[in-house]
Design a protein around this ligand. Structure first.
Ligand code: ADP
Length: 247
């Protein structure tokens, strides 16, 4: 419980910081993007200057994505409240990622055909699943299997899980995994905002999040949401489960 409080305090202060900084940061990034793209066009493809400006553009776009993530972190409620099919969101995400991110891994879909709908924002949930898929793939340098699963829980909740057969997390990594800006990835690869963003999206949807991870075996991220029209707590869980971040 203590961890839960710490986590939400962190989110809150990050949220107000983000709101204040994001606007100015967008202006800065806008200037960089505008100038870099204007200069890019003035140099032939393949020239050193063209290369430099496209690197600048890429970095500035990445900065823009980070600002967007920070603003999303601060959100308490889903942007939209529609009735959604998590299976459809997962299938769509697979479709988007299968030629790139998911190309190197074996994919297994384990989707309940009669899954109850949830209420919320499709784009936010899709983004959360994308972050989880990217993490899963990053953790599987070769020959891994990514499993996306859904099922109905008793008590009217639904569950989605993203499971990999990758490196897993050491206990000290697992403990910090949800912290904003915590990353074990090299500079320029990870921002450390992925899981905190997933967590804040899940929370905004009234859901719960659980991380199970074993070094050398893999990781399973479980998201649980109240089905549309349901209040109360989820029931049913299978065996002992490690709950991280007090979710
Ligand atoms: P990022 O991916 O940018 O590092 P995240 O918040 O998504 O940020 O993840 C934080 C850290 O948690 C990662 O750097 C990694 O060490 C660990 N992690 C997250 N997902 C997984 C996973 N599926 N397998 C192993 N480690 C993971």
């Amino acid at each position: 419980i203590e961890q839960k409080i710490q986590q939400s305090q962190k989110m809150e202060s990050l949220g107000s910081l983000a709101g204040g900084v994001a606007h100015d940061m967008n202006n800065v990034l806008g200037a960089i993007l505008g100038l870099a793209s204007a200069h890019l066009e003035n140099h032939p493809v393949g020239s050193p200057a063209h290369g430099a400006f496209s690197t600048i553009l890429k970095a500035a776009r990445r900065g823009g994505e980070m600002v967007k993530s920070l603003l999303n972190l601060a959100r308490q409620n889903p942007a939209e409240q529609r009735e959604l099919d998590l299976n459809a969101i997962l299938r769509e995400e697979v479709h988007l990622l299968e030629r790139t991110t998911l190309a190197k891994v074996r994919l297994q879909l384990d989707l309940a055909p009669d899954l109850r709908p949830v209420r919320g924002d499709a784009a936010d949930l899709a983004h959360a699943f994308m972050n989880l898929c990217v993490n899963a793939v990053d953790a599987m340098p070769e020959n891994g299997t990514l499993t996306l699963g859904t099922r109905n829980l008793e008590g009217g909740w639904v569950e989605a899980r993203v499971e990999d057969t990758g490196t897993g997390m050491a206990p000290e990594v697992l403990e910090k995994a949800l912290d904003p800006f915590f990353t074990t990835k090299e500079v320029g690869k990870g921002t450390g905002l992925g899981l905190s963003l997933v967590y804040s999206t899940v929370k905004a949807h009234g859901g719960k999040m659980e991380l199970q991870s074993e070094p050398g075996r893999g990781t399973c991220v479980i998201l649980r949401f109240p089905a549309s029209g349901v209040s109360g707590e989820p029931r049913e869980s299978s065996g002992p489960q490690k709950i991280v971040g007090g979710l």
